[in-house]
Design a protein around this ligand. Structure first.
Ligand SMILES: Cc1ncc(COP(=O)(O)O)c(C=O)c1O
Length: 373
């Protein structure tokens, strides 16, 4: 077997993530690797923290990037905050709510599930009723933007309800960060994590994370050690919090952090509100075009994610054949349905650098053609 350098094709990534990475970010990635304790790198990490605070709209001191994908950010929140004695309410309206449940079960905490309909936002009234019936609950966890279904939940209202019942909130913002409005401090979110590969349009493999003061106090006052050494955030913070105290925990993914720094800089220079507006605008263009093709959305209009469009595969259309055609003829990737929607839906992503008019136009034209073959 002759193994050669791997040269991937130039695809257009319109699936559920990763999204297209801009040439500017890819160029940052290829800059010379320096030591992860080099003073210049340490300065750059401080800037990453400030930029992440901007992206999350938080002043949280405990804001950093986990050196692993979004699932690690999720797990970091659960293993640091929750002990087997705690009662945790998890809202499940798709695959990623189910992944949160898996985390709670593995910790051995008491679990209460608020089950919702796939393709719909989490119902705030059901959460309210659940918390009234379970005054011992200490945490509420939910997914802001369910990538498996394309539904956006009202994070502000859900956090208000959780606070009223003295619960701390854990929010999955993997797909929502930079794509739709997210205000960590104003909405009272206590633990939030995201992913680099969605609306930040950075390379996959990094999970931005932020803890409120109250959440940080829960972690620092734990009586038992965090069951994961790598994800123990009190140890990791020794590396992320300030030059004088910076100490080795693990070798940071140096070049990936250059890329994250660059993608966050791009977000800052575009402006967060402008980024949210761009995702909405491109979604509207796509929705208008899909309507003309007779392709219907699964999620009701007021609960739709602009950055992840879940549509029903038209009757009699071969899911795999169409997606293969788009990939082979146009280098265009759209996402398959996941979980309950497997084989029944397509997930068309408009995330980050992908959310541009030329991609929407190409996707619509290519889909139209594919549907006639
Ligand atoms: C909402 C949501 N949460 C968590 C994850 C897990 O992130 P990762 O695949 O980077 O581990 C994803 C990934 O698609 C996601 O969409």
């Amino acid at each position: 077997m002759s193994i050669q350098s791997f040269i991937p094709p130039q695809r257009i990534l319109m699936g559920p993530g990763p999204s297209d990475v801009s040439p500017q970010v890819l160029s940052a990635l290829s800059r010379p690797t320096i030591g992860h304790l080099d003073p210049l790198f340490v300065n750059m990490m401080d800037e990453v923290k400030v930029l992440l605070q901007y992206a999350f709209q938080t002043q949280n001191e405990f804001t950093m990037a986990v050196s692993a994908p979004g699932s690690a950010g999720m797990e970091a929140c659960f293993v640091n905050l929750i002990t087997p004695e705690d009662t945790v309410v998890v809202c499940r309206n798709g695959v990623f709510g189910a992944r949160m449940i898996e985390n709670v079960m593995r910790i051995g905490a008491k679990l209460i599930i608020v089950d919702g309909t796939w393709g719909r936002a989490v119902d705030p009234q059901v959460l309210e009723d659940t918390l009234q019936q379970n005054p011992q609950a200490r945490f509420v966890a939910f997914v802001h933007a369910e990538t498996s279904t394309g539904a956006l939940s009202d994070a502000k209202t859900l956090c208000d309800i959780a606070k009223k019942h003295d619960c701390l909130t854990i929010v999955d913002a993997v797909t929502s960060l930079a794509g739709v409005e997210l205000r960590v401090d104003e909405w009272g979110i206590d633990a939030v994590y995201s992913g680099s590969q969605k609306c930040l349009s950075c390379v996959p493999g990094i999970s931005p994370l932020s803890f409120s003061e109250q959440a940080a106090a829960v972690i620092t006052s734990r009586k038992t050690p965090v069951p994961s050494w790598f994800l123990d955030q009190s140890l990791v913070m020794g590396y992320w919090s300030g030059q004088s105290k910076r100490s080795y925990h693990h070798t940071a993914p140096v070049n990936s952090l250059y890329a994250l720094h660059e993608s966050l800089l791009m977000l800052k220079s575009e402006g967060l509100e402008n980024s949210w507006a761009r995702h909405r605008l491109q979604h509207k263009k796509l929705a208008t075009g899909l309507d003309k093709l007779g392709i219907e959305f699964i999620v009701p209009e007021n609960e739709r994610l602009p950055q992840l469009n879940t549509v029903t595969i038209p009757q009699g259309v071969d899911d795999i054949k169409i997606r293969q055609y788009l990939l082979q003829e146009y280098n265009l990737e759209i996402g398959a349905g996941l979980g309950q929607f497997s084989g029944e839906a397509w997930r068309i992503g408009l995330m980050g650098y992908t959310a541009r008019s030329e991609n929407v136009a190409l996707c619509l034209a290519a889909l139209k053609e594919a549907l006639t073959i």
